[in-house]
Ligand binder design. Structure first.
Ligand code: PLP
Length: 425
């Protein structure tokens, strides 16, 4: 296949005619397809049917230590749930707090507490003239929504194939108003890349001017492999300990895409001093999170091996869905010089880069043909993709049949927007 940039105007117009006919045909079908949401599909949720039989009422809802999980108490979570979440993050349970159903909520609270109360005795960020966060892009829109809501200035950090460009991060942390970074170090949202050993080591060696600087290490996809070839992420706390920098890291994860989104358990991992400070503040916020759900999760998954075995079942459902999208991209867009995409070994997303200036138009064309995509720009702070080229593709939620139809239309729209661009040059 010839690159589109090498075709003559006449050839481009001819192609456009053919693709317009395909597009009008698709539009006429009145489809309603959605590739915007990074949700597990119905088959994944159905798989967990026996989860609800885990709690045996005859056990009196007691934890291993004899705690009655129906009652108040155990602010940091029951021991077996702390152990389960600690296993997932490869850290000691003593450095883990189990929260409620959402890690996003932990991250929100972390930023909110820092704004209002400061970090381990520092000046509350809201009293400072300026607070800045570094945001590897493309990234997770809900991270950016948190920082935007608190008026924190966001600075784009380019993502390379092995993680954020560390040269930029090392330079920016010389500024005391830079207080944090949002990271998704494994199977990143949306690119699916995992940070290399070197990137993790460079994070661990950071020496920021601001002592209240925090890296929010959002390890949401730490066990979400979809291929036999699994990525491996170096343990941030093990590396940080070598440098005495462990206080700079707050790791979070959850079982949202392991058990149930909105009904799982989330957890935070941090250094001893961070755990002590967070515990003190939490004790005002709640008397304890949902221990019945913690007991259910610990009983169902038991340990990291249990989670791993379970994630293989998710992978068997997800792998074909990713393949449908990737094969369609290769077949329809490969070699044309109009799009690039990631082929992740895990996670929930594929990152699609179209020609600069074509992402919004592609999303609009899709919408008019009944295919909803994540809004163009969503993967950047303030919803502004400077090159207007990145689109986050979420293949997990639609059925296989829906996905096949949706991705064919998406490819037509990528081509049409590229042709519009090339013909209007
Ligand atoms: N972090 C990332 C990177 C995500 O992609 C998501 C959900 O898509 C979340 C966090 C949300 O996690 P939770 O359901 O635990 O709030």
């Amino acid at each position: 296949m010839k690159e589109y940039s090498s075709l003559s105007k006449e050839e481009l117009i001819e192609l456009q005619k053919k693709l317009n006919a395909e597009y009008e045909d698709a539009k006429g079908k009145g489809l309603k397809l959605n590739m915007a949401r990074g949700l597990p599909g119905a088959e994944q949720l159905d798989m967990e049917a026996d989860f609800f039989n885990t709690l045996n009422p005859n056990s009196n809802f007691k934890s291993d230590a004899g705690i009655d999980c129906r009652n108040y108490g155990e602010l940091l979570g029951i021991q077996e749930a702390r152990k389960l979440m600690a296993d997932m993050m490869s850290i000691s349970p003593d450095n883990v707090i189990v929260f409620g159903n959402s890690s996003l909520n932990i991250m929100y609270d972390t930023v909110c507490r820092s704004m209002i109360l400061g970090v381990c005795g520092s000046t509350p960020w809201c009293k400072l003239d300026k607070v800045k966060f570094l945001c590897p892009v493309p990234g997770y829109d809900r991270h950016f929504a948190i920082t935007e809501q608190f008026g924190i200035e966001m600075i784009n950090i380019p993502m390379n194939e092995d993680g954020p460009d560390m040269d930029f991060i090392e330079e920016y942390i010389r500024d005391e108003s830079v207080k944090g970074v949002f990271c998704v170090p494994m199977y990143s949202n949306p690119s699916g890349i995992t940070y290399s050993d070197e990137t993790v080591k460079r994070f661990a060696a950071l020496k920021p001017v601001a002592k209240d600087f925090r890296v929010i290490w959002d390890n949401a996809y730490c066990v979400h492999h979809i291929k036999d070839k699994k990525d491996r992420l170096l343990n941030i706390f093990a590396e940080a300990e070598k440098n005495g920098t462990e206080d700079f890291f707050i790791e979070v994860t959850s079982t949202s895409k392991i058990s149930f989104p909105g009904a799982g358990v989330s957890a935070l991992a941090a250094s001893d001093s961070n755990i002590a400070s967070i515990k003190k503040r939490m004790s005002v916020q709640t008397i304890g999170y949902d221990k019945i759900n913690q007991l259910r999760h610990a009983g169902y998954f038991v340990n990291a091996d249990g989670v791993d075995a379970h994630m293989k079942k998710h992978a068997a459902i997800l792998r074909p869905k990713f393949e449908i999208v990737l094969n369609a991209f290769e077949k329809n867009l490969g070699g044309k010089g109009i799009a690039e995409w990631t082929d992740p070994n895990g996670g929930y997303f594929i990152s699609l880069d179209v020609l600069p200036g074509c992402a919004k138009r592609t999303v609009e064309l899709c919408k008019n043909a009944g295919v909803t995509l994540t809004g163009a720009g969503a993967t950047f702070p303030y919803g502004k993709d400077p090159l207007d080229r990145n689109i986050r593709i979420a293949p997990t939620f639609p059925s296989v049949d829906e996905l096949k139809k949706a991705v064919e239309i998406l490819c037509v729209c990528v081509e049409l927007s590229a042709l519009e661009k090339l013909l209007n040059k």
